[in-house]
Design a protein around this ligand. Structure first.
Ligand code: ACO
Length: 322
């Protein structure tokens, strides 16, 4: 039976860099507070780019690196919480731009878990035989849903796009060995962002269209559920933690990753981290990290555990052999 394998990666990061010291001029904060609480030093802000434009640039990297014929793509799934349009999907805009005329396309919204959810969905389509080649993206322009007057959230986020090409493989020794997605809807209000609406002649918009977060609750949820899920998946595919070469977790916060590493009794050096340079880019963090690893030759031959967690609350994980 076929299952999915990530065969190529791509990313796009806007040029505009915003340092912690720049934020000191916007809200009452300090580089010391931000770095010690989160591990973040700087983030990119998409001053000139839309979500779709960032996505297309990440996908074009894959097309170029792989000499990929877009007509061979069967499916495009974009995970995002910051699409410019309620409809159509960003995936359809990407399809039109690259000429992937044979693909069917939709977006997926699962907060910061979105990219791994996307891999889960695509892997299922590949297992049924409906899809042989798919693009999965995580793309975010969080700067447009952040309240730039709220120091407790605006210092955390950044913009960027990551993409992977997933193909069907029959090899039992490689590919997405296992992937799992989970949700805890009763805690939806721990992390949310209302949509920006216009007032109507009949009623007025009452919700502020900004990210709201109970940081402590999210911290506790993540440090409990993520290690549990990764442990379950390792048992399912009979792989010991010593055999995982790299753990790529959603880059929300360095302290979360340090806590999880300690709980799992895995050396922190095995956890890839780039939040120092990019901040938290929600669904884009994992595919961007995978592309950085790929660029350095650190994917091929490796066994990698990935895990997303965020609004929903949602969490998800996969073990992939490259
Ligand atoms: N600069 C300076 N002071 C600040 C800032 C800031 N940017 N933000 C908050 N503070 C102040 C608060 O006002 C508060 O002051 P007070 O004690 O006088 O009231 C104090 O710092 C402590 O605030 P807390 O919110 O309790 O700070 P905490 O230590 O919990 O750290 C953080 C906040 C980093 C968000 C933490 O809760 C955390 O790591 N949460 C995990 C969730 C997370 O990272 N979410 C990211 C997005 S969600 C996701 O991707 C899944």
């Amino acid at each position: 039976m076929h299952h999915g394998q990530i065969v190529e990666t791509g990313r796009y990061l806007p040029d505009h860099i915003v340092l912690n010291s720049d934020l000191e001029n916007i809200v009452d904060t300090s580089d010391e507070w931000i770095y010690s609480r989160t591990g973040i030093k700087e983030r990119r802000i998409a001053v000139d780019e839309t979500v779709a434009e960032m996505a297309i640039k990440a996908v074009n990297q894959i097309i170029k690196k792989r000499s990929l014929d877009p007509l061979t793509i069967d499916l495009i799934v974009t995970a995002t919480v910051t699409s410019e349009y309620s409809t159509p999907s960003t995936s359809c805009i990407i399809q039109g731009a690259i000429g992937a005329d044979h693909a069917f396309c939709f977006d997926l919204q699962a907060g910061c878990s979105g990219f791994v959810y996307g891999l889960d969905v695509v892997d299922q389509f590949i297992r049924t035989g409906k899809v042989k080649k798919a693009l999965v993206l995580g793309v975010e322009k969080l700067s447009q849903i952040v309240n730039w007057e709220d120091r407790s959230t605006c210092v955390l986020f950044g913009d960027g796009a990551g993409a992977v090409l997933v193909e069907a493989t029959e090899s039992q020794d490689e590919g997405i060995l296992v992937v799992q997605s989970k949700s805890i809807g009763e805690s939806w209000d721990k992390l949310y962002s209302p949509i920006r609406h216009n007032d109507t002649p009949f009623y007025k918009q009452s919700l502020e269209p900004f990210i709201k977060m109970d940081g402590r609750e999210v911290f506790t949820f993540t440090c409990t559920k993520v290690p549990q899920l990764i442990d379950e998946l390792m048992v399912e595919v009979n792989i010991k933690k010593e055999k995982i070469d790299v753990f790529v977790l959603h880059q929300a916060n360095k302290r979360i990753i340090e806590r999880i590493a300690k709980q799992m009794k895995v050396p922190i050096e095995k956890f890839y981290m780039n939040m120092e340079r990019f901040g938290n880019m929600s669904s884009a963090t994992i595919p961007i990290a995978l592309d950085e690893l790929n660029e350095r030759g650190n994917l091929i031959g490796k066994t990698i555990a990935i895990s997303g967690f965020g609004a929903g609350l949602t969490y998800s994980a996969a073990i992939i052999k490259f």
